[in-house]
Ligand binder design. Structure first.
Ligand code: GLV
Length: 308
């Protein structure tokens, strides 16, 4: 039995320390080292190792190092190998911070005032209050629920949309395709935290933007391909949308010549909304390995039918 960790950036020190502390009997290999391939039962990675199934014949679980799993080709993974999304408090806390920061920034016109400062313009815009501002979170999972609660705690009129119903105190939940339009009609700020699936690819298009109240804003911390960029630019030009805050783009990195970079109503961050934090990530991975070894249900295991 062994564990392979393949990280793309940052130090492996905390990972090694935490593993040695919490599961000393588990040999940890840092990619590209993997020891005897027949011993490898668990692997944690962001970008997939090509031919991982052939390379490690006794592989049991693949842990995504991020909340998303769209980088994996689910059709090539045999059913007996579990794929697990990263659900850990550090990643969640980062997303709550990002969503709260961007909602407040749009709500208080901070991008506009920053532009005015660059031009030495002292101009006051009408104030809005949270109690009259409707924020809607799309995707009420491990990240969306705490974000919705945090937004609600600031006094915003908070709602959420999810595939299946949820019961969240202080948050009005709309569920399923049949309630999506009703949800969109009442979002002054819509936040996308949806996973990338066939259903959500291209979801933020002209048709969806037209269902939002005029002058609404979009914050996308989901995945770039969920937004049709040409439709987004048209909606910003027409005033249908006021602001677009994009942490994710197509492609990433966004090329310097892309029109989104310089658009005065677009705020771009380079996919930094939230990062997996090694110390809490190891705790969550090891808890799942223990569940697996005990034959219990895992937390965050991907449903092959839903693709998340
Ligand atoms: C980042 O985008 C993640 O999926 O954690």
């Amino acid at each position: 039995m062994s564990f392979v960790l393949k990280i793309e950036r940052g130090s492996t020190e905390i990972w090694q320390h935490q593993f040695a502390e919490l599961m000393p009997q588990m040999p940890l290999h840092i990619w590209p080292d993997y020891g005897d391939p027949a011993d490898v039962e668990y692997i944690a990675m962001w970008t997939p190792v090509p031919d991982v199934v052939e390379k490690f014949p006794n592989l049991k679980l693949i842990f995504s190092l991020g909340a998303g799993v769209d980088q994996f080709d689910l059709s090539s993974l045999p059913a007996h190998i579990g794929l697990v999304r990263m659900i850990e408090p550090g990643l969640t806390a980062g997303m709550v911070e990002y969503v709260v920061a961007q909602v407040l920034s749009v709500h208080r016109d901070l991008p506009l005032y920053m532009q005015q400062q660059r031009e030495c313009v002292w101009k006051v815009w009408p104030e809005r209050v949270a109690a009259h501002t409707r924020v809607g979170i799309m995707g009420l999972g491990a990240l969306g629920i705490p974000c919705a609660k945090a937004i609600a705690s600031l006094g915003f009129i908070t709602s959420g949309w999810n595939r299946s119903p949820r019961d969240i105190e202080g948050v009005t939940v709309f569920a399923g395709a049949e309630q999506r339009d009703a949800f969109l009609h009442q979002c002054d700020i819509v936040v996308c935290l949806l996973p990338l699936t066939d259903e959500t690819r291209g979801m933020f298009n002209a048709e969806l933007f037209a269902k939002l109240p005029k002058g609404a804003s979009l914050i996308n911390a989901g995945r770039g391909p969920q937004v049709v960029a040409s439709d987004l630019l048209a909606a910003l030009e027409s005033g249908q949308l006021s602001w677009a805050v994009l942490d994710v783009t197509v492609p990433e990195p966004l090329p310097a010549e892309d029109a989104l970079w310089k658009h005065p109503r677009v705020v771009i961050t380079p996919h930094i909304a939230s990062m997996t934090q090694p110390d809490s990530a190891v705790t969550s991975i090891i808890a799942n390995i223990r569940r697996y070894q005990a034959g219990e249900a895992l937390v965050g295991v991907v449903d092959r039918g839903r693709h998340y």
